[in-house]
Design a protein around this ligand. Sequence first.
Ligand code: SIN
Length: 321
Amino acid sequence: MKKVVVLGTGGTIAGRAQSGSDNVGYKAGEVGVADLLASIPGIQERLQGTQLVAEQVAQIDSKDMDWAVWGQLVQRCEAHLADADVAAVLVTHGTDTLEETAYLLHLALTAKALRKPVVLTCAMRPATALTPDGPQNVLDAISVALHPASHGVMVVCAGAVHAATHVQKRCSYRVDAFDSGDAGPLGWVEEGQVRWCHALPPAGAEHIAVAAPRWLQAPRVDMVMNYASAGAYVVEALLEAQANGSQVQGIVVAGTGNGTVNDAMQQSLLKAVEQGVRVVLASRCALGGVVRSAIGESPFAHYPGLSAVKARVRLMLELAA
Ligand code: SIN
C-alpha cells in the first residue's frame, strides 16, 4: 500500500485557544500531528486507499524555526522520499516562516527526492476555532500530494497551490494569507480536484547539497533594512560583533526600492565585504526584487526575484555547502 507521510512541525494549525471564538489569542504547536489528522472528517475518503503516516519532527511556533529543525526536516524528507512505498511528504507548519522553510526544502532536497511532491500546509486559525481552516487545508494538500502531475515543493493554503520559489505570506490575519506575487498560484484545489494554471517548475535544478554535519552549526547570516535615516548603525554593530569573535558570515539587506542603501550603510557594507562577509542585496518592496542595469556594476551580489528572507535562506545554504 502506498503511503503519504505527514511531518508535523507545530504552528497555528496545531494551536489551542481557551475559547472557540478566539482566533488570535492561542498557543501555537500544541496538538500532536497524529491527533490533528485523526480529527479531520473525510480524510480517509480523500486518501483513496493511501495509508497516512504521521511523524512529529518539531512542535513549535514557526517564529522560532531554526537551522537545527530545518536540518531534521531535510533529513526526514530525504529518508521518506527514498522509500518506494512513499508517494509524497506533507509538512504541517506555522504560517509565519512557512515561505522560508518551503524555499529551504526546494533548495536542499535532491532532484531525485523531488521527483515526488513535498507539500507544506498550515492554518491561520487554531485547531480549537469555531471554523478552523487547517482541516480543509490538509485535505487540499492531500489532493495535491496525490495528483499524478505533482512534484517538487509546493504550499497549499486557502484552496491555492503555490510554488516554493514564489510563495509569500501577505496578510497577518485573513485565512487566504498567501500569494505568489506576479507569478500567480500554480493552481487551485476545488472539491478535491486540482486545477493547474501553470506547468509545474522543474524540481531539483537549483539543489544545494549540505552535508549532514553542517546541519549541526548554523552559518550566521543577519538581515538589515534600509529606511529613512537608517544610517550604518546596525551594520557597524554587526562588524563590531564580528571583531569580538561572533562569526558573521553574511548580511542580507532589505534595501529600499531596487535594493538601494544610504551612503553611510554603503560604506559599511563595503567594509564588510573587505572583511570577508558575503553581502547580498534584496528589496523591501513586495514585488519585483532587485533588477540590475545591463551595463552597471555593483560590489554586492543579489539573487534575481528573491525576497530578502528567501535570499537569506539561499545564502545560508551556500555558506553551509
Ligand atoms: C506560526 O507561524 O507558527 C504561528 C502563526 C501561524 O501559524 O499562523
